[in-house]
Design a binder for this molecule. Structure first.
Ligand code: ATP
Ligand code: MG
Length: 446
């Protein structure tokens, strides 16, 4: 449970405000007071309260109205109402429209204490449920495997930046581990017990992006039949990870910048600003500098999200981690499939070490998943690997030197690939005649 929570006590009787403030004071509670509906409204909009305790009858309004307004802003917050003696009808109505409980005046302080504590527990439970619903893949890995110096450096960066509030921009090719980095930052941060909301900006529909991010008020556009919360509200107190940030529609970029700078936003169709407390993480495999130059990304937003950059190198630049990753995935996948321990033949490992892994760690994982299915007796051999991986040039096992024939074969494949199968051009580039090339293609069975 979080360390502290905020309570607003609303009553026009000064003595009650004083009494409750004094009696409810504890290290984990932050208590504010308001003596009329108007003042309460302002505070509710400005601060994020977890629980409010309000008199039903106020000089300029009533607690029931405040209840609805508060729930609108803080759907997981709870309201406790204070009613005068013999005013039970009101109290029942209050529960019906969403109050957590009511206390009757004159009240017993131990009962107030109990009700407040229970209300707070309920707030926590609701937030937790919501975060489960929104974390798309809560079994996803937070362990960044690797001992290559580039990965060690990333471990170091994560340990430094995680405890801060600084936004982090995670870059790198597809499948290189950006999600893993984002999750490990959240896990190592003070917000680890709070929601981690993940949103892939490429899936935001242009017309609805604003509403999805910031929420909307009833009737603000066709189809907005109800008030609705956006991701900013779900991520409140936690972390919002905006994946593929380069895809964020231009239209909402300025509003995101505003949240980053002033921690405030507006729902679609509302004038009032709301405050949020969110740690932001971003990821992209696009070159954002180019996007800025092309006018597709706001420069100011770019600078704001690019305060701290973690760049994941492609797997081919840290091949020494391949065996470690292979071990990790075989153990994990083996367990998931409820089977035994897998090993990898030396030759198969050689092939995986030489391959260039265009799909990075994700491709490695997928290859292993497939090879487990094809393997016999829990041994992964070249036969279990896709051809493009199994077909790595054979090297002398002692010296690692490639035979000349093997070199020639590889070289010809490269040339033909380069010219997309055009053999005439390939022969020209290789400095041999077309016929010679055909002969070699035959010889090497290409
Ligand atoms: N260093 C690592 N240690 C353990 N698992 C990893 C590592 N890097 C990547 N993975 C795993 O590989 C897969 C792909 O990684 P991830 O989803 O983080 O890639 P990404 O960079 O976010 O890719 P994309 O740009 O396509 O979103 C995931 O299953 C992830 O758990
Ligand atoms: Mg990703």
């Amino acid at each position: 449970m979080p360390e502290s929570y905020k309570i607003l006590v609303i009553d026009d009787e000064e003595s009650i405000l004083k009494l409750l403030s004094k009696e409810l004071a504890s290290p984990e509670r932050i208590l504010h007071t308001a003596n009329c509906a108007e003042a309460a409204r302002e505070q509710i909009r400005k601060n994020r309260y977890d629980v409010i305790i309000s008199d039903i009858r106020l000089p300029d309004g009533n607690g029931l109205e405040l209840l609805t307004e508060f729930k609108d802003i803080e759907p997981d917050g709870e309201v406790i109402l204070i009613t005068g003696h013999g005013n039970i009808d009101n109290a029942v109505e209050a529960i019906r429209i969403g109050a957590y409980d009511y206390i009757t005046k004159p009240f017993r302080l131990d009962r107030v204490e109990l009700v407040v504590e229970r209300a707070w527990q309920r707030v926590c439970l609701q937030r937790e449920n919501r975060s489960y619903k929104h974390s798309q893949n809560d079994t996803a890995s937070t362990q960044l495997i690797g001992k290559a110096s580039s990965i060690k450096h990333i471990h170091h960066l994560i340990s430094k930046v995680a405890p801060t509030e600084v936004p982090v921009l995670i870059t790198g090719d597809s499948g290189a581990g950006k999600d893993v980095v984002a999750r490990s930052i959240h896990t190592a941060s003070r917000r680890s017990g709070k929601p981690l909301i993940v949103k892939n900006c490429a899936t935001l529909q242009k017309e609805l992006a604003r509403s999805e991010l910031f929420g909307h008020a009833r009737g603000s556009f066709t189809g907005a039949t109800d008030n609705s919360d956006g991701l900013m509200t779900f991520a409140h107190t936690g972390t919002l990870f905006l994946d593929e940030i380069g895809e964020l529609p231009m239209e909402v970029q300025a509003s995101l910048l505003r949240v980053l700078e002033s921690h405030t936003f507006r729902r679609v169709g509302e004038k009032d600003e709301r405050t949020v407390d969110i740690r932001f993480l971003f990821a992209t495999n696009r070159n954002l500098t180019q996007e800025v130059e092309a006018g597709r990304f706001h420069e100011a937003l770019f600078h704001r999200i690019n305060v701290f950059n973690i760049n994941l190198p492609p797997l081919k630049d840290r091949r020494e981690d391949v065996p470690l990753l292979v071990d990790f995935f075989l153990r994990k996948l083996g367990q998931q499939m409820g089977q035994g321990e897998y090993t990898v033949s030396e030759r198969a490992m050689q092939c995986m070490l030489s391959y260039y892994w265009p799909g990075n760690v994700r491709e490695l994982r997928n290859v292993l998943e497939r090879s487990i299915i094809l393997s016999d007796n829990y041994v992964i051999t070249c036969n279990c690997l896709p051809r493009e991986i199994a077909d790595q040039p054979e090297r002398d096992s002692e010296t690692g030197i490639l035979s000349l024939e093997r070199m020639e074969r590889e070289h010809i494949i490269k040339a033909i690939d380069f010219f997309s199968g055009n053999k005439l051009k390939a022969a020209e580039a290789l400095g041999i005649g077309r016929k010679t090339l055909y002969r070699k293609i035959d010889k090497y069975n290409l």
